[in-house]
Design a protein around this ligand. Structure first.
Ligand code: HEC
Length: 183
């Protein structure tokens, strides 16, 4: 009787152990929602297509930002051609720096540019759960940013996770993942 109990306890432990071994193997497969080679390639192609975006006609003034974006922000909109297809894209410059104010920023914006975040609406079914948005975070020089795990922040960024681009933008009014048109 006692032996039986011990055996079944051992079997349970073995099952749990196997589960633990199998789980990370599955989740590190090739179907990650972001940071895959194709996401990186698309983000790099987008950066090239965005070249000169500071001169786009549809741009906001500098305005105070909220976390996690910069102390000051500037938004740009255009239709860009990436790999032969036209896409709507919204680009946001994120500025920050010690004691930064509007005057300092207007004088030398490039000095305070910390990151460039963009949302681009991909073809239907790219991410049907989330309005088909492609998300990317670049450094000021166009290098794709990475998270703590070394995953590139490009693609369906942090899909299914509690924090990140999608989770936060999901709370924007109107279900369009956009905040600027809610004000
Ligand atoms: C914790 C919440 C949060 C997270 C995480 C977040 N954002 Fe935002 N984002 C906002 C808010 C709030 C605004 C509106 C801020 C403003 O313009 O004043 C915004 C604005 C934007 C805009 C301008 C369009 C709009 O919605 O108004 C872009 C583009 C953008 N974010 C991209 C990203 C990307 C790419 C990521 C991930 C790398 C990201 N955001 C992560 C909250 C978040």
């Amino acid at each position: 009787m006692r032996l039986k109990l011990v055996l079944s306890a051992l079997a349970t432990v073995a099952l749990i152990a196997t589960g633990i071994v199998i789980f990370p193997a599955c989740s590190s497969g090739t179907d990650m929602p972001f940071g895959e080679q194709e996401d990186i390639d698309f983000a790099n192609a987008l950066w090239s297509s965005m070249s000169g975006y500071h001169g786009w006609k549809l741009a906001s003034d500098f305005y105070p930002g909220v976390s996690p974006h910069g102390m000051f922000l500037r938004m740009y909109y255009n239709v860009v051609n990436v790999n032969g297809t036209a896409y709507h894209v919204i680009v946001k410059d994120n500025f920050g720096g010690e004691g930064l104010d509007l005057e300092m920023l207007a004088e030398s914006p490039g000095k305070y540019l910390m990151a460039v975040t963009a949302m681009l609406q991909r073809e239907a079914a790219y991410d049907a759960d989330n309005n088909d948005w492609f998300w990317v975070k670049y450094g000021p020089d166009g290098t794709i940013d990475q998270n703590d795990q070394g995953m590139s922040l490009a693609g369906r960024v942090a899909k299914g996770m509690d924090m990140g681009c999608i989770a936060c933008h999901l709370t924007a009014g109107g279900g369009d993942y956009l905040f600027f048109n809610d004000m």
